[in-house]
Design a protein around this ligand. Structure first.
Ligand code: ATP
Length: 465
């Protein structure tokens, strides 16, 4: 993780939030390459779940919502994590995390169970002091709307994007008149006042989610659940995650949200353990019912065929975008030995190898698909030709970069580190003999000559991944 975090900073993927002020725990800022990677993931997600379907409605709801929303959803009363306080330093920790770190399986445990276990094991805070009782801590960020700061102006930064879809359910029904089954999809920020943000992007206080609320007749919930189970897995393939690192966990009833009749967690083998990447839940008619009750607006649906009126049930696939970025990065991070003859070091006699770091990103998510170089920076004829090739590619492939800094070996190492699958070099043969350019493969360093007319097809040959 340390090497990855430092690569992310060094190469402009991800920085600590507000770094010049010493940072702000649980916040991360994406630099140009991080944004490119994240946008590619969003595009792939939106394509699979919205653009390629006829039954999905995209929305982008406000982050600040009427506070009644969060009363209806249950967040005001119950969106809490178990907290323990170091009685001396007053630092707060997640009780379940301390227990897990001590090898305790916390699944299904109540607050009282955790309290008892902490005592039984004699657990201390990470600062070495005794711990207070385990309490519930609401994770929503409170804020005041408008100029007054009394109770009537309180609202919350949304802790999930889901509710922005439920409150727009009727708008979609009234404007598009969709027939069941149909879904709503949204990508956007969510905020949770996590007691202990940790593991880089994994547990942040501000993060992005990609969520779907898919509405069905209750008789169809099982087949829809199954459909999304396979779609979630297909998406993990789209973004190139190693399939054997993705696991499904059938969440037991005691560990499910109280409204959920079935939940699967999709877990990923992160360097810090097997942890939740995505969730898929059958939320029944809980949310629409609650919002109907609290808002006094009828959120039922009339089925023309059966002439029945009912509140649709909901299947929710929920994806953390930053956790996806992290999974993609840790999965792609590789170190190997490669011949130094590529130029970063002079070859002295026998073959010299050196350690290289590279990101084996799927071309579909890589910030750049191709980098174009002139072999030498100080030869205008090479630079001009390389610029022509760059422009030609750029017209068709938006994420192409041009690099003429340092020697060719350094450029390869730089592109390897940011995960660019192909490096195209214009050399003297390109101009004098018309034999095309060299294309170097990031993963094995092999080079092939490719005619310029065939270049686009060559670098896009595995465009799907
Ligand atoms: P966890 O148990 O890890 O706290 P959760 O079960 O509370 O997660 P959900 O409420 O189901 O998470 O949120 C849906 C998705 O949002 C998660 O699967 C995860 O990908 C992402 N997510 C949740 N909390 C965070 C966070 N603090 N930082 C980054 N991503 C998060």
């Amino acid at each position: 993780m340390e090497s990855l975090i430092s690569l992310c900073k060094r190469r402009g993927f991800i920085f600590q939030g507000s770094e010049i002020y010493g940072g702000l725990a649980g916040t991360w800022d994406y630099g140009p390459l991080g944004v490119a990677l994240k946008n590619n993931i969003k595009k792939i997600w939106w394509k699979r779940f919205v653009d390629d379907r006829d039954d999905m409605y995209g929305v982008d709801a406000a982050l600040l919502m009427n506070p009644r929303t969060w009363e209806a959803s249950g967040h005001v009363a119950g969106f809490a994590d178990p907290l323990v306080e170091d009685i001396k330093t007053k630092r707060r920790f997640r009780a379940d995390h301390l227990l897990e770190d001590a090898g305790v399986d916390v699944k299904g445990m109540t607050l009282a169970d955790m309290d008892a276990k902490i005592k039984e094991k004699g657990l201390k805070s990470p600062d070495g002091n005794a711990l207070g009782p385990v309490r519930q801590f609401n994770m929503m960020f409170k804020t005041n709307i408008g100029a007054t700061e009394d109770g009537s102006s309180i609202s919350y930064l949304r802790p999930e994007t889901a509710q922005g879809m439920f409150v727009n359910f009727k708008n979609i029904l009234d404007t598009f008149h969709p027939k069941l089954s149909f879904g709503m999809a949204q990508i956007g920020k969510a905020f949770r006042n996590e007691i202990a943000p940790r593991d880089f992007l994994f547990r942040a206080r501000e993060f992005e989610q990609m969520e779907i609320e898919y509405f069905v007749n209750p008789k169809d919930w099982e087949k829809t659940f199954e459909h999304f189970r396979t779609e979630v897995l297909a998406f993990t393939q789209d973004i190139g995650l190693t399939q054997k690192k993705v696991h499904e966990l059938e969440v037991a009833e005691a560990d499910r949200a109280f409204y959920s009749k079935r939940t699967i967690d999709f877990e990923f083998d992160f360097p810090f353990g097997k942890k939740e990447l995505y969730g898929l839940a059958y939320r029944t008619d809980y949310d629409l019912k609650q919002h109907s009750e609290f808002s006094k607006v009828d959120l039922s649906y009339f089925d023309e065929e059966s002439k029945e009126r009912f509140i649709p049930h909901c299947i929710e696939p929920s994806f953390g975008l930053d956790r996806t970025v992290l999974a993609v990065l840790v999965d792609a991070y590789q170190e190997d030995e490669m011949g130094a003859e590529e130029g970063s070091k002079e070859k002295e006699g026998g073959s010299v190898t050196e350690k290289r770091v590279f990101l084996k990103l799927a071309p579909s998510v890589a910030p750049y698909r191709v980098a174009v170089f002139p072999l030498l920076k100080n030869k205008p004829v090479l630079v001009e030709k390389a610029e022509d090739v760059y422009k030609m590619l750029k017209k068709v492939i938006p994420n192409v970069t041009f690099d003429d800094n340092g020697n060719i070996g350094k450029r390869y190492r730089r592109q390897d580190e940011i995960g660019t699958p192909y490096c195209v070099t214009v050399d003297f043969d390109t101009i004098e003999k018309g034999t095309g350019v060299t294309v170097r493969d990031r993963d094995n360093g092999k080079q092939e000559r490719v005619m310029i007319e065939e270049l686009i097809e060559y670098v896009m040959k595995n465009a799907h991944n």
